[in-house]
Design a protein around this ligand. Structure first.
Ligand code: KG4
Ligand code: ZN
Length: 349
């Protein structure tokens, strides 16, 4: 609050945006002061681990418990109080409806109580705008292509401006993150399995086994066939013997990771060729994956295009990206009514 008081004395009123994210199993709050991240707090939900995936009802309840402490912590770290806020941004969707409702109700009430603008943010747009969170080096110049890869979504987007994005390719079935998580479960690994596959794959030979890479029309992708083929592979390699699975886990993890990364990189290369856009961004939880990062960098080098990744903490679900997207909307004059409702599915494109 001291910095804000000093700003006010100088006559400048800082823009203080609170971001709230609750679309899946992370409860997150962030404070941006004049666009700069002053606090970025994320509380994960351990409760899903024993079920091997996110249980929507448990996620809603955990958001109810976590949201107030997470917002308090973000404000404490940012050294501000509620009366310093100049806008409240929240995730409107897509996501789990019960989880979204918790964040939406909180944000609506807070904006009403403080008489500040309420901003409804699209989660997938925010994953793209994570590139513009300050303090990460150079962000991609517009226009650029973005591969958004998360647990719930996988899409190629042509980003003309912060608020003008066109989906040019998407998964027809599962998301890439889902394929990582379900594959990890077959290998006896915890949820979320993506980071664990990444770790196990480092010790494995990605060429030991082969999986099919389905080809879709246009720039679309598919991961459900990969998942089914991987289930059959795990079964045929281990024969249901846990010891054999232990011996082969690293090779199987490397095979799965290599296949998913190959699909993502190939489609991105094709998108570059088709659009002629030579600046690429990769974001969303799966963009933390070490093999995806190195293979994208290699493809960019060969194809003479550039590739950008947000810092890992801004790739997985976070509220700094929600507040950043909220600022773009606010500056464009796009403010939500106080009775705005969340939506589980992405808007039609
Ligand atoms: O963006 P995110 O946090 O949430 C959604 O919007 O879905 O993405 C979560 C997904 C999970 O599927 C998780 O397994 C995956 O990102 N993930 C990874 C890695 N880190 C997170 N997948 C592969 N390798 C990683 N290192
Ligand atoms: Zn996400």
């Amino acid at each position: 609050m001291a910095k804000l008081a000093a700003d006010l004395e100088r006559g400048s009123t800082p823009e203080v945006v609170l971001g709230i994210e609750s679309s899946c199993d992370d409860t997150a709050a962030a404070v941006l002061v004049d666009g700069h991240v002053r606090a970025n707090v994320v509380a994960g939900q351990e409760v899903h681990r024993r079920w091997g995936g996110v249980v929507p009802e448990l996620a809603s309840r955990a958001h109810q418990e976590n949201l107030v402490p997470v917002v308090h912590e973000a404000m404490r770290l940012a050294n501000i109080g509620p009366s310093d806020l100049t806008a409240v941004a929240f995730t409107q969707g897509p996501g789990l409806i019960g989880a979204l409702l918790v964040g939406a109700c909180f944000a609506r009430s807070l904006a009403q109580a403080l008489s500040v603008p309420l901003i409804a943010v699209d989660h997938l747009q925010a994953h793209v705008l994570a590139h513009f969170i300050p303090g990460q080096g150079k962000s991609p110049e517009l226009p650029f292509l973005n591969l958004t890869v998360s647990g719930g979504h996988t899409r190629l987007v042509l980003v003309r401006s912060a608020l003008d994005m066109q989906v040019i390719g998407t998964t027809r079935d599962d998301a890439a993150g889902e394929a990582f998580d379900k594959g990890a479960k077959l290998l006896g690994l915890d949820y979320p399995g993506g980071p664990l596959i990444d770790r196990w794959a480092r010790e494995g030979d990605p060429k030991r086994y082969a999986l099919p890479t389905p080809r879709m029309d246009g720039l679309d992708m598919s991961f459900s066939g990969v998942k089914t083929a991987f289930r059959d592979l795990v079964q045929s390699v281990s024969g249901g013997d846990p010891e054999r699975l232990n011996e082969e886990r690293a090779h199987l993890a490397a095979t799965l990771q290599n296949t998913i990364v190959k699909i993502l990189v190939e489609r991105t290369k094709e998108a570059v060729e088709r659009t002629g856009c030579t600046r690429v961004g990769v974001s969303g939880g799966v963009s933390v994956n070490s093999a995806l990062r190195s293979e994208m960098l290699r493809a960019a080098d060969t194809g003479e295009w550039s590739v950008h990744f947000p810092r890992p903490e801004y790739c997985t679900d976070n509220a700094a990206m929600i507040a950043t997207a909220g600022r773009f909307l606010l500056h464009a004059g796009i403010v939500a009514p106080l009775d705005v409702v969340p939506h589980a599915r992405p808007p039609k494109v």
